[in-house]
Design a protein around this ligand. Structure first.
Ligand code: ATP
Ligand code: PRP
Ligand code: MG
Length: 282
C-alpha cells in the first residue's frame, strides 16, 4: 500500500482531492473521514493538516504528501518537493502600513508577525537583519492594527486581504508557492508504486493543459500546419480518401487552441475539431 497524505482543510484541500479523483483514486465523501483505503489502487489516504504533512512524510511514516511549498519549507522537515501540481498558487510576502519600511534591510529592531516563523527567521538571517519574529496562527494582518508587530509576512493570493487591512506589499516575494508532491529527502522516486502515482498525476496535468486537435489539410500545406501543431512528440498523419488531402491529429495547449484553429483555417485546413482529453499517460 502506498501511504499518501492529503490536506484535510484549507485552500489546498478541495483541489487536491479533485486532482486525485481525476487520477482515478477514491476520495472521501465526508470531510470528517481522516483515513481512506482505496484497495483497488493499493493506496491509503491520510487526511491531515497541510502544515503537518511534510513532518509526517519527512519522518518516513508516509510515502508521499501533497502540501504547499511554503509549508514544506517552513516546516524544516527532511522532505523534498518531487512534483509541482499547478494549483494553490500564491506568493509569500512582507507587508506593512505605508511609510514604515521599503525593504527587508530596514526591519532592524522591528517585529514581524507571521504564521511561517521558520521561513521568515531564515529570510531575515539571510539578509543579516536583526528583527523579532512573532508566530501567530492566522489573520496576521490584524497584528499591525493591534500593535503586536510593525511588519507581517503572509500568503498573498489576490491581495484583497492586504488592501482591506490598509497594508502595502514590501519588495519582491520571499517565495512563490504552489501545491507540490513531497517525499522523504533522499528516498528517491524509483519505487514502482511511487512512479505509478507520479505518472497518474502527470497524466491529470497534461489532460488539463492540452486538448486533442484534428483537422484535414492539403498535403502541400502540411509542413506549415504541423509547425503550428507540433504535438508533444510528433503529430499523427493519416491519408484521406480524397486524394491530395491528409488528416492530422495532435495535442495542443488548451489556452492556445482557438488561436491555432484560426491560423490553421487561414492555411486552408478544414474540419478542425478539438476534444478534451479525459485521461492520459505520457
Ligand atoms: N488564498 C489563499 N489563502 C491561504 N492559503 C493559500 C491561498 N492560496 C493558496 N494557499 C496555500 O494554501 C496553503 C495554506 O494552507 P492552510 O492550511 O493554512 O490553508 P488555509 O486556506 O489558510 O486554511 P485555514 O487558514 O483555514 O487553515 C499554503 O500552501 C498556501 O500557499
Ligand atoms: O491575497 P488574498 O486573496 O486576500 O489571500 C490571502 C489571504 O488568505 C489567507 O488567509 P486565510 O483565509 O487562510 O485566513 P488565515 O489568515 O486565518 O489563515 C492568507 O493568510 C491571507 O490572509
Ligand atoms: Mg490560512
Amino acid at each position: 500500500m502506498l501511504r499518501i497524505a492529503v490536506p484535510n482543510k484549507g485552500a489546498l484541500s478541495d483541489p487536491a482531492s479533485a486532482m486525485l479523483h481525476e487520477a482515478g483514486y477514491r476520495q472521501r465523501k465526508d470531510r470528517r473521514e481522516l483515513v481512506l483505503v482505496d484497495a483497488a489502487n493499493e493506496v491509503e489516504f491520510f487526511f491531515l493538516r497541510p502544515r503537518d504533512i511534510a513532518v509526517y512524510v519527512g519522518s518516513g511514516r508516509l510515502d508521499i504528501g501533497i502540501t504547499g511549498r511554503d509549508l514544506l519549507l517552513d516546516s524544516g522537515a527532511a522532505a523534498e518537493e518531487i512534483m509541482q501540481l499547478g494549483f494553490g498558487g500564491s506568493t509569500f510576502r512582507y507587508a506593512t502600513r505605508p511609510g514604515t519600511a521599503q525593504e527587508v534591510t530596514e526591519f532592524g529592531g522591528m517585529t514581524v508577525a507571521t504564521s511561517f516563523a521558520g521561513l521568515v527567521a531564515k529570510h531575515l538571517a539571510e539578509h543579516g537583519v536583526d528583527a523579532s519574529v512573532v508566530r501567530l496562527d492566522g489573520a496576521v494582518e490584524t497584528a499591525i492594527q493591534l500593535g503586536v508587530a510593525e511588519i507581517i509576512a503572509d500568503v498573498v493570493e489576490t491581495g484583497t486581504t492586504l488592501r482591506q487591512a490598509g497594508l502595502e506589499i514590501i519588495g519582491e516575494p520571499i517565495l512563490k508557492s504552489e501545491a507540490v508532491v513531497v517525499r522523504r529527502a533522499g528516498a528517491g522516486v524509483e519505487e514502482p508504486k511511487v512512479q505509478q502515482f507520479l505518472r497518474r498525476m502527470q497524466g491529470v496535468l497534461v489532460a488539463r493543459r492540452y486538448v486533442m486537435m484534428d483537422y484535414d489539410i492539403r498535403a502541400e500545406h502540411l509542413e506549415k500546419a504541423v509547425a503550428l501543431t507540433p504535438g508533444l512528440e510528433s503529430p499523427t498523419i493519416s491519408p484521406l480518401h480524397h486524394e491530395g488531402w491528409v488528416a492530422v491529429r495532435s495535442m495542443v495547449p488548451a489556452v492556445e487552441a482557438q488561436q491555432i484553429m484560426d491560423e490553421l483555417y487561414e492555411l486552408g485546413a478544414r474540419a478542425i475539431l478539438t476534444t478534451n482529453i479525459h485521461a492520459c499517460r505520457i
